[in-house]
Write a protein that binds this ligand. Structure first.
Ligand code: SF4
Ligand code: SF4
Length: 299
């Protein structure tokens, strides 16, 4: 039977475990200013180990589980893109930020992608935009429950801020507006309207980001050795300390994959969404402009 233990002396009462646990195992208790997490419904635990991975104080231990690996569905990965596919049973994917035009991709950046797969990642590719790029990435990750880590590398793209947006997505989620705006993102168009909400919420629980990108140490995220070490740490059975993270393979997320192609209902999420009246008015203007153009050409 699975057991869950909170080391109260370490717990700061931040509530992260309450937020990420899909089974409602934890509650926060305490008097006065000090609150601590308590195991309220241990019998509900499905051994996803999100609480262990996401507790910033390493105050939680889950015991008595069996390491789970699953076969990804036949149509995995559902979205095409600029990535390489490696070992489907690996718990880690590598995401290198693309901060330039497609035709100018430096070979050093592509090297990081290759190194990621060679070191044992399930997927390794590039991410360019804070909207459709993230939508595709999320769709591919939640289609494979074995994936539990995303190693972010290269450097931030100052135009789109995709790394910052991805971090905010995992940390804070999306607003309840139609565009599914990533909360806390400072990017120009951080909207995910084509992703089902259940995929977004699954991604936030299933994935822990290992962020190698650092403004203070710009070379850190660009060093292939760091990518290799991060991937290797994620696939170990026993916890490994790496750049402030404690990493190990926690096994597959214990719920079925969500393997769906994006609806692409909104192809240009950065455009403001129009009301019915505004869309009709725009259509009338377009037709009028077409008529004027035709009559001028025939003069
Ligand atoms: S995530 Fe960790 S530190 Fe935060 S409340 Fe839960 S046990 Fe305590
Ligand atoms: S392992 Fe998963 S289900 Fe169990 S307590 Fe932790 S977060 Fe909840």
């Amino acid at each position: 039977m699975v057991g869950v233990r909170v080391r109260e002396e370490r717990c700061t009462g931040c509530g992260r475990c309450v937020e990420v646990c899909p089974a409602g195992v934890f509650g926060l208790e305490g008097e006065g200013g000090r609150k601590v997490a308590r195991v309220a419904r241990a019998e509900e635990c499905c051994a996803c180990r999100a609480c262990e991975l996401k507790c910033p104080e390493r105050a939680i231990e889950v015991e008595g589980y069996q390491l789970l690996k699953v076969d990804p569905p036949p149509d995995y990965p559902p979205e095409e893109g600029r990535y390489l596919r490696g070992n489907d049973y690996s718990p880690v994917a590598v995401c290198a930020i693309l901060d330039t035009y497609d035709f100018r991709i430096p070979p050093e950046l592509l090297k990081l992608v290759e190194v990621g797969v060679e070191a044992g990642a399930a997927l390794a590719g590039t991410l360019q935009t804070e909207n459709i790029g993230i939508e595709k990435l999320v769709a591919n990750v939640v289609a494979n429950p074995n994936l539990r880590y995303l190693v972010l590398c290269w450097r931030e793209s100052q135009g789109h801020l995709p790394a910052h947006s991805l971090l905010q997505l995992v940390e804070r989620g999306v607003a309840s507006d139609k565009r599914r705006t990533i909360l806390g993102s400072k990017a120009p168009a951080p909207y995910l309207p084509n992703l089902p909400l259940r995929s977004i919420e699954r991604f936030r629980r299933q994935i822990t980001i290992v962020n190698l990108i650092s403004e203070e140490e710009p070379k850190r995220g660009m060093d292939p050795e760091n990518v290799k070490k991060a991937v290797r740490a994620c696939i170990q059975e026993k916890p490994v300390e790496f750049m402030g993270y404690t990493l190990w393979d926690p096994g597959a997320w214990p719920e079925p994959p969500i393997c769906e192609k994006l609806s692409m209902r909104v192809k240009e999420p950065w455009r403001p969404e129009l009301t019915r009246e505004e869309a009709d008015a725009l259509e009338r203007i377009r037709r009028a402009a077409e008529r004027i153009g035709k009559s001028r050409r025939s003069e």
